[in-house]
Each structure stands twice: as C-alpha cells, then as structure tokens.
Design a protein around this ligand. Structure first.
Ligand code: FES
Length: 374
C-alpha cells in the first residue's frame, strides 16, 4: 500500500533532471527494502481530481532496511507527473509511495556483467553496478552508456565515482550522439549495426558470449537494437535482461518496466493467452480476482481491461503505468482466456507460467479468473 514519505533532498542533475531523496521512517524500512534494479511508484491527485501514478527506478546501492529512497526524475515534455515532481516536490513536502517492485534485478554474485543504457536508463543500472561492486569482490561490470551530450548526462559524478573506486573491476564506455569525443569513438546514435560492430572491441575479457548477464535499459529503440546485436553475437537469450523507459502518452521518461518481450517478438503463446477476437456481448463477462487474500467476482463493463473492472470494486488493486510497461499489475490467469494489447513487462517464462498484465488484458471467454497474489 501507499505511504506518504517526506522529501529529504532534491539535487539538480542536469538542466532537465533531478534526484529526489525520500525519507523512510524506521517502522517502514523493512517494507521498503529493495533489490538493485527495482523501482517505486509515486502518486498524486491533480487539480481535476484525477489520480496519476508514475514509476521511478531507485538509483542508490540496495539495502535491507533503507533510511532513504533515491530516484532520478527527468522532465518529460508535457509530462504531468515529472513537471509536478521537479517543480513542486521540494524539501519537506510529502509524496505517496508504493513499496519497491520489479524484476529487472541483479543479485550480487561473482562474474562478469555488462549493461547498455540510454539516457535515464542509467538509473536502475547505477544501483545494480554499485551494489554488485560493493558487495561482491569477484564481480566485474562494464557500462556502455549513450547520451546526447555530456551536459544532458544524468549521474555523471556517481558513475565517475565507481570508476575511481573500482578501477580494475568497472569499465565505462560513453557514446555521445551529439558531441565530439576524445575517446576515439565516433559520435552518433547506437543502433543495431553500430552495436554489433562496436561491442566486441569495447569489452575486456571474457568476451561477449561468455558474459554472465547483460542489462539493457532505456528507450525501446535502443533496448531492441542492443538485444538484437547481442543475440547476433551469440549471447543466449536467458542472459539478456531488459527494461524499457518509455516517453509516450501516460508514460513519462522515468517510468521503469521490467521487460523482455514486446508483442511483436512474443514467443509461442501460452495457454490462456489468445489473439484478438470479436468482443463478447456487453454484460456477459465476469471477472473473478483474488487480491490480498480476498476474492470477488464482478461483471465487466464494455471495453474495460481486467484491471479496470477490478479497480471499480477494489481500490487497492496494484498498478502504476497502465501501459503494459512497469509490470506492477501482473496477475496469474487461473481460468479463461484473455488478449493482451501489449506487453513490455513480462518475460517469456512468465507468460509460459500463466502470468498476464491486468491493465492490458481483455477477456475472450465469459469467465476470467485471476490472482494478484500469485
Ligand atoms: S500497470 Fe504497468 S504494466 Fe500494468
């Protein structure tokens, strides 16, 4: 559930981004423990009485009982929440926050890991790299980051600090799309062709296919390009972890989502998930859901998603982006069939195990039963 947290500090990172540090009172610290790479949902009610939620990734090293939560927020053009966060969430104000969630995680272990990030996609990867290097002396991390210019690059100091602290175990490669560099790397966008050519020459041992895990985070185009490049270089699919940061309607730049699959690249459809079909007659669909141990069954209104039907009856149903990106609304489909409009959040294994996104699911059968607790 949401709790109001005080803003302890606001640090300007670039012209259009800041890091917000929120205080976690002692009695809530266990509930707000997080793994490196997770995110939190923030919410507010605007002047029109509408509730708006956005998810932002945590950027500090992970902790079991954190005194603070620190997130990076980038201003998005016409982004209602980011405008509010950067202009109104000043020191001492409070904001409502859900406990951390997300499956874009690297639990520290020995090995070689790498990340390709774009723009604010650095946020969860900063936490992943810092936690890994601090806790696991046998681990190495290579960060390939892409930004427009040095001035627009978030968390420059924190990344430089990792380089100073772990000179033998942390490798940094920066690619700027709109600025000349002295590194010998040509400027320009990182696309699939460029990544395929660049990656083998950028990494120290053990080489691309032998890396123990790849973490891709940023805009959809970069993440898809990096994933295709890695697959073509022989990296097994199971070692690639992706998170999309979207900046389209309803999803501002700081929105994080654990992803691996887009609807266009989904694997074979698991039982219960079907393609679009003719809609069922109005009033003929019943949604049953278990949430926080309590069950209920409700008739669905025309055009609703499974999440919307549940929310009309249970205000505590979890969600953040409502756009198929963050994975907060993940449920297990126990019976019936649904069509998902889009999925940037669930991995193929989760689809195979019967998980769907409630915010994207539309029933294809008169009865659909889901479990939010599974
Ligand atoms: S609420 Fe974000 S994926 Fe459904």
């Amino acid at each position: 559930m949401f709790h109001p947290l005080h803003v302890r500090a606001v640090e300007q990172l670039t012209d259009d981004s800041a890091a917000l540090t929120l205080d976690v009172p002692p009695e809530l610290r266990a509930a707000y423990a997080y793994a490196p790479g997770q995110h939190i949902a923030l919410r507010r009610t605007n002047e029109r009485g509408e509730e708006i939620r956005r998810t932002y990734s945590l950027c500090d090293p992970a902790g079991a009982a954190p005194e603070t939560l620190r997130v990076g927020v980038r201003l998005v053009e016409r982004g209602e929440f980011s405008t509010y966060a950067l202009k109104e969430l000043t020191e001492g104000r409070t904001v409502e926050v859900l406990p951390p969630t997300g499956r874009f995680i690297l639990e520290p272990r020995p090995g070689h890991f790498a990340a390709v990030v774009g723009g604010s996609g650095i946020t969860p990867v900063l936490s992943i790299a810092a936690t890994l290097l601090k806790r696991e002396p046998e681990a190495r991390f290579c960060l390939i980051r892409s930004d427009r210019t040095t001035a627009s690059t978030m968390f420059l100091e924190e990344v430089a600090d990792l380089k100073d602290r772990y000179p033998d175990r942390f490798q940094l490669v920066t690619v700027l799309s709109r600025e000349e560099q002295h590194s010998g790397l040509a400027s320009g966008r990182l696309d699939e062709e460029r990544l395929t050519a660049l990656l083998p020459s950028l990494l120290y041992a053990p080489g691309i296919p032998a890396m123990d895990g790849w973490y891709l985070c940023g805009p959809l185009g970069l993440v898809e390009s990096a994933s295709k490049a890695l697959r073509s270089l022989g990296v097994p699919r199971s070692r690639i972890h992706q998170e999309i940061f979207h900046a389209d309607a309803g999803m501002e730049g700081g929105v994080a989502a654990n992803t691996l699959t887009t609807t266009s690249t989904s694997p074979a459809r698991p039982a219960g998930l079907a393609g679009p079909a003719g809609s069922l007659p109005t009033g003929s669909v019943t949604v049953s859901a278990t949430l926080a141990g309590r069950g209920g069954s409700w008739p669905m209104d025309d055009g609703e998603s499974v999440l919307e039907t549940v929310l009309r009856n249970r205000a505590d149903a979890p969600y953040a982006c409502k756009g198929g990106v963050c994975g907060t609304c993940r449920v297990r489909l126990l019976s019936g069939e649904v069509h998902m409009d889009r999925n940037y959040a669930l991995e193929p294994e989760e689809l195979d195990a019967g998980y769907v996104l409630a915010c994207q699911s539309h029933p294809l059968t008169p009865k659909v039963e889901v479990d939010f607790d599974a």
